[in-house]
Design a binder for this molecule. Structure first.
Ligand code: MF3
Ligand code: CO
Ligand code: CO
Length: 254
């Protein structure tokens, strides 16, 4: 069963999405050469608290951090620690917040100060893949239309999509049906209807698609050690254009 959100629930998802987007924006702006990932996580915790929200990740299956911070060859679910970020690293930050009972989930990869042309291309292709996927999040389309558009775009640029982790429905729970793969898996694919809220999140590797999990039980890394990028938005399927719920809005005084 794929949850379909009513007007009231959609309004709540907008609020949660706005909070997640604001936090991600603040956290990525905080990232600079010399900061440790633990400092980034502590700053993220403060941003989330100031918004009146809580982390959707902390404690989820015993995940120990407020946000996911994944550096270079780390794909997703990286753990904050004593590692100091340096010029040229690329950092993926994934923010999930619970706000008034609903979840906003959003991620982006940023260079630390600057990065190599290849890393920048990887970042750009991953972000574009996300927006191409979002453009297929329309009533009447199927989930596989999102998946196919992302995979084809990424592979046309010589990069690869991760298979082991996928996008997902999101709402009162972080992971709802349907799964939203970034590749065509050949399974029966659900049709999209207005009121569905999806976390679309391409994870793109510069080299081979294979990944493994480190001894810490969380950090997902590329098997070939080449860098990876990750972008994610929470999106509402409507009667017309998809609505991105995790866009960073500018707040205007009433
Ligand atoms: N935010 C991730 C996702 O996009 C899930 C992170 S789970 C955690 O689906 F436990 F690692 F935080
Ligand atoms: Co996420
Ligand atoms: Co997600």
């Amino acid at each position: 069963m794929i949850p379909v959100k009513n007007q009231r629930e959609q309004e709540a998802m907008r609020a949660a999405g706005a909070v997640a987007a604001a936090v991600l924006s603040e956290v990525t702006a905080f990232i600079r050469p010399g900061v440790t990932t633990a400092e980034v996580d502590r700053f993220a915790a403060e941003c989330i608290r100031r918004q009146g929200a809580r982390s959707a990740f902390l404690g989820y299956k015993k995940y120990p951090c407020h946000v996911c911070i994944s550096v270079n060859e780390e794909v997703v679910h990286g753990l904050a620690g004593s590692r100091r970020l340096g010029f040229g690293d690329i950092v993926s930050v994934d923010v999930g917040v619970v706000y008034r009972g609903f979840i906003g989930d959003t991620a982006r990869t940023v260079p630390v100060g600057g990065c190599s042309p290849l890393a920048q291309k990887l970042i750009d292709v991953t972000e574009q893949a996300l927006y191409i996927g979002i453009s297929r999040a329309r009533a009447g389309y199927r989930v596989v239309d999102i998946s196919r558009s992302i995979q084809e775009f990424v592979e046309s640029h010589g990069f690869s999509v991760v298979r082991e982790f996928v996008g997902h429905g999101v709402g009162r729970s972080m992971h709802e049906e349907p799964q939203v793969p970034n590749y065509v898996d050949g399974k029966k694919s659900p049709r999209l209807v207005p009121g569905m809220t999806l976390a679309i999140e391409p994870m793109v590797n510069a080299g081979r698609p294979q990944v493994r999990v480190l001894e810490d039980g969380w950090t997902v890394v590329t098997e070939d050690g080449l860098p990876s990028a990750h972008f994610e938005h929470t999106v509402l399927v409507t009667e017309g254009e998809p609505e991105i719920l995790t866009c960073c809005r500018t707040m205007v005084a009433a």
